[in-house]
Structure formats: C-alpha cells, structure tokens
Design a binder for this molecule. Structure first.
Ligand SMILES: CCCCCCCCCCCCC/C=C/C(=O)SCCNC(=O)CCNC(=O)[C@H](O)C(C)(C)COP(=O)(O)OP(=O)(O)OC[C@H]1O[C@@H](n2cnc3c(N)ncnc32)[C@H](O)[C@@H]1OP(=O)(O)O
Length: 293
C-alpha cells in the first residue's frame, strides 16, 4: 500500500469521543455476556448485581479500555505523520496487579514503549499504566500495538528502525461465543467510536467491504471463554493477557476459541467458524490452579 501523505481528517479525529465514565456492565454486554442466555449463572455477575453479591464483578479485559484514552492525544504526536484511516489494532498486552474495584477514579500514565519500521507499515506501541486516584500502587498496565499501514519506510540506514523498552518474552475447543451483527454498534458504547466499526463508507475507504469488529471486542470474547472454561468463572484468576490480531472479524461472525493449558499459562487461538480463519492468538497467565479454579 502506498504511503499516504494526507493531513489528519478533523471529522475522523472529532469522532474519537471518549466518555468520562466507563461502565463495566455495558462493556460486558458488548463482549457478549449473557448474549445467548440472559440468566447464565457464570455471566450474570458481570452485568447485574446478583443477590448476595455486593458489587458487579469486573472482567479483566475491561482494563483494555483505559488504553483508549491515549488515542485522541496520541493522534497528535510530534514527528509522526500517518493516515488514521489505515490504522489497525495489532496486539494487546495486559497485566492486572490487584483485584479490580467495581467503582474507581483512575490516573493513566502513558508512554511510548516501541516503534518499528516494517517497510509497508509502522508499528507503534503505547504503554498505559493505571493507578487509582490517590494511590501510588499500580492497578494494571496495557501495552497497545497499533499497525499503521502505509506509514513504514522511514528508516535512514539499511537496518530498519526498531525500538522496544520491554523484554521480548512478553509478547481445547470450547463453547462457541457468537458475535451479533450489532456487536460493533454495542461495543462502541464502551468508548471506541472509530467509524471504521460503524460506517460502511469509512470501512470501504480503509479497504474493507463493511465495518469490522473492534479488536478489543474479539479479545473480550476470547478471554471471557477462557475465564469460563479454565478459571471456573473467576475473573480475578487472570494475571496477564497477551493477544495478536491476525485477521479482521466482521460483526455477526462466530468465534471459536481453542485453548491449551501449559502449567499456569493458557495458550489460545480464536477462529472465525464461517471462514475457518484464525483471527487472534495469544496467552493468558493465571494466578494458580487452586481448588477454587
Ligand atoms: C499515533 C497513534 C497513537 C495511537 C494511540 C494508541 C491508543 C490505543 C489505540 C487502540 C486501537 C484503536 C483502534 C482500533 C482499531 C481496531 O480495532 S481494528 C480491528 C482489529 N484489528 C484487526 O482486525 C487487524 C487484524 N490483522 C491484520 O489484518 C493483519 O495481521 C495486519 C495487521 C494487516 C498485518 O498483516 P500483514 O500486512 O500481512 O503483515 P505480515 O506481512 O504478516 O507481517 C509484517 C510484519 O508485521 C508484523 N505483524 C504482523 N501482524 C502484526 C500484528 N497484528 N501486530 C503486530 N505486528 C504484526 C510481522 O511480525 C512482520 O514483522 P517481521 O516479522 O519483523 O517482518
């Protein structure tokens, strides 16, 4: 794809509105919680205050929404020009350090964790460290990789530019989680209003036949399946999540997540059933396999 020299599109930029308050129940519905069964005993706790349960429980992938706050500011990075309509979410890495509160005000500290020139694309990695307001204890960390098609080829020497400030090692058939044709329209209410996921014309400009599903929505479906099948429904068992988006998903497609337990690491792969295509792969580190797991 040819490198685009177009300036930023103010309409697209302004479309990236972020709500000040993120809602854990709207998020859970957006990744299909109770989507097949409104009284699913494993999932109701994520969308509703059950009898005897003091608070709604928080899915670990909810913290991926904290990285979106960087998007509006990140689009205006000095020394970096690219076509935002060609941006794709490449990977997501999440570490959860403490139990997630069902209500909190957060402070996010954002930094650049990596930049690589892949010739046809540039890869940018943004790290977001989140703290509860008034606390200096880290709650969670997100490392978001964005794949900027057409923005590579900026290296001066013969060796492609490559910078990373973190170690490189971070990088079973189950019940079928199914997305709905409206999944992206519901998921966007959790704060990612990029029209690539809702507007057929914007999707065509970006090279897709129709709007595509948010990568973090696919990730949410996959990790929810792992929590259900391996963690016996306990979201706090999840310590680390890593995922690479291999191919695009269209809302309404059926996601099948296969998983393999290796010690305390769950290796997983998510496929679109209709096209038999792998769309996401990665691993989840869990805290332990105690009797409650
Ligand atoms: C300035 C910006 C600031 C941003 C601030 C960040 C804030 C947070 C932003 C969060 C993102 C919000 C926007 C969300 C958008 C979406 O959700 S888009 C939907 C989800 N994503 C997808 O659907 C992408 C699916 N994947 C693909 O379509 C393809 O994998 C690809 C990404 C287009 C790459 O395929 P291809 O061009 O064929 O690459 P290859 O030839 O295989 O590999 C080239 C090199 O790139 C490396 N690579 C490949 N895939 C990825 C990947 N997913 N992530 C990271 N790196 C990838 C690959 O290893 C190759 O490298 P080398 O091996 O070194 O050559």
């Amino acid at each position: 794809m040819a490198r685009s020299d177009s300036e930023f599109n103010p309409d697209l930029l302004l479309a990236h509105k972020l709500p000040e308050v993120l809602d854990v129940a709207i998020y859970a519905l957006g990744i299909g919680a109770c989507g097949q069964d409104a009284v699913d005993s494993d999932e109701l706790k994520f969308v509703y205050h059950e009898n005897g349960q003091e608070h709604i429980q928080v899915l670990p992938t909810f913290v991926s929404l904290f990285s979106l706050g960087s998007l509006t500011d990140g689009l205006d990075l000095p020394g970096f020009k690219y076509d935002p309509s060609l941006l794709l979410h490449g990977q997501q890495y999440i570490e959860v350090y403490r139990p997630l509160p069902s209500k909190a005000s957060l402070i996010n500290k954002v930094s650049l964790a990596g930049l690589q020139d892949k010739g046809k694309a540039a890869i940018l990695e943004i790290e977001t460290r989140s703290y509860e307001q008034g606390s200096d204890e880290l709650l969670c960390m997100n490392r978001t990789t964005v794949f900027l098609r057409g923005a590579g080829g900026f290296s001066n020497s013969s060796k492609p530019f490559s910078y990373k400030n973190y170690p490189s090692n971070q990088g079973l058939a189950v019940k079928i989680p199914q997305t709905q044709p409206s999944s992206a329209l519901l998921y966007r209410l959790s704060g990612d209003y990029n029209p690539l996921h809702s507007d057929p014309n914007v999707a065509k400009l970006a090279g897709f036949p129709r709007p595509i599903l948010h990568g973090l929505c696919t990730l949410g479906f996959a990790i929810k399946a792992i929590i259900k099948c391996i963690c016996k429904g306990d979201p706090s068992a999840v310590k680390t999540i890593s995922g690479r988006f291999l191919a695009t998903v269209f809302p309404g497609e059926t996601l099948i997540t296969e998983m393999w337990l290796q010690g305390l690491r769950v290796i997983y792969q998510t496929k679109v059933k209709e096209r038999n295509k792998a769309v996401l792969s990665g691993y989840v580190d869990i805290r332990g396999l105690s009797s409650s797991l």
